[in-house]
Design a protein around this ligand. Sequence first.
Ligand code: ACO
Length: 398
Amino acid sequence: LRQIKVKEDDFGLMTYDPGYTNTSSCISRVTYIDGEKGILEYRGYPIEQLAEKSSFMEVAYLLLNGELPKKDELSGWEEEIHHHTVVHENIKRQMESFRYDAHPMGMIISTVAALSTFYPEAKNVRCAENRRLQIKRLIAKVPTIAAFTFRHSQGHPYVYPNNKLSYTENFLTMMFRMVGNDYEPNPAIVKALDVLFTLHADHEQNCSASVMRAIGSSEADPYSAWAGAAAALYGPLHGGANEAVLRMLNEIGDVSKVPEYMKKCKNGELRLMGFGHRVYKNYDPRARIIKKCADDVFEVTGRNPLLDVALELERIALEDEYFVKRKLYPNVDFYSGLIYQAIGLPVTMFPVLFAIPRTIGWLAQWAESLEDKEQRIQRPRQVFLGERERDYVAMDQR
Ligand code: ACO
C-alpha cells in the first residue's frame, strides 16, 4: 500500500469515476430514485400517485417549493405563470431567421439563450426574489417558444398564448390552431400530455440536470444554463432517445423483422433505443405509466401500428439472456414517441416535448444548488497520463 500523499507535489487521494457512476455531486431533496426497485418519488410522493391525481402545474409547484399547493396557492401559481407566457416580438423576429428545415431543438436552445439579453437582471442569481421571477418566466415562455419552433418548421403563422387555457391546453392550441379553425384539444389528449409532462419533470442528477447545476455553479444566468442543459438533453443517449426510438420503430417497420434487429443489438452493431438506463436496473416506473397512457390516447386517435413492433421488441427483450443479464428494460422514452406521433407531432419535436417539462427539474435543482452553502463552482480534477516536461522542438527539427 502506498501512502496517499508521499511528496509535497503529490495531489493526494483522487477518485477516478468516468461518467460519475459512483459519485454524488450534491445533496438534494427534490427527487428520489431507487433504480434496483424501480421507485421514483418527487419530494417524497410516488410518481404513480402524482401521474394519476395531480396536474402538471401542481407537480411543478411541488418540485419547486417542496410541498403540494393548497387550492388558492395553485390558482395563484397558475395565474403567475400565465402572466409571463408572451415573448418579446424581437424574439419572434429572431426565430423567423432560422432556415425552414432547422431542427426545433437547435431553434429552442438558441432562442432561450437569447432571452438572457432581454432580462439582464437575471444575472443577479444570488437574489432569491430575482431567481423566482426568472423561474416563472422560463416555465411560461418555454412552451410558447417550443410551439413557435413547430409553426416555423410548418411555415404557419405563430399562435399567441391564450391565458384562459391550462398550461397543456395552451401549448397544444399554440401548436395546432389554424387560421379559420377553432381547434380545441381533446380532453383525453390534454390529460395524456399532462401525465407525460409530469413523468418527465425531473430525474435527479441526469446528464442535463448536472449540466444545469454545473453552469449555474459559475453563477451564469438561468437562460444560458437552461440552453446548456437542453443541449445535453438533445443527445440521442439522453432526451434525443425518444426521437431515435421512433426512427428505429419505423426502420424495423414490421413485427416479422424484430428478431433480425435484435440480433444486431446483441452483437453490438446497434443499440436498442429506449432500452437501458444508468440508474434503473429494473422496469422504469415511468415506462409502465406511459404504456397505460398510450392506450388512452390510441382510443381517441386510433392505434399506432408501430405499437405492435414496440410490444414485440419488449416481449423478446424481457426473455432474452443478453438483455436480462445486463438488466436492460424499457425506459421512459420507449413508448412516449408513439404517443407524440399519435397526437400529430413530428419526431423532430420529441426532444422539445422532453425539454418543456424538464425545465421544472432543471430550475428546482438550479435554485437548490444556489441555496446550498456548501456548493462551489464545479471543477472536477483529472488523472493525467500525458507527456510531461518536454523541451520545445523547433519547427525544422520535428
Ligand atoms: N441496447 C443494447 N445493448 C445495450 C443497451 C441498449 N439500449 N444499453 C446498454 N447496453 C449494453 C452495453 O453494450 C453494455 O454491454 P457490455 O457490458 O457487454 O459492454 C451494457 O449494456 C452496459 O451498457 P452501458 O453503456 O455501460 O450503460 P450506461 O449506464 O453507460 O448507459 C444508456 C445507459 C446510455 C441509457 C444506455 O443503456 C443506452 O445507450 N440506451 C439506449 C439509449 C436510450 O434509450 N437512452 C435514454 C435513456 S433514458 C433518458 O435519458 C431519459
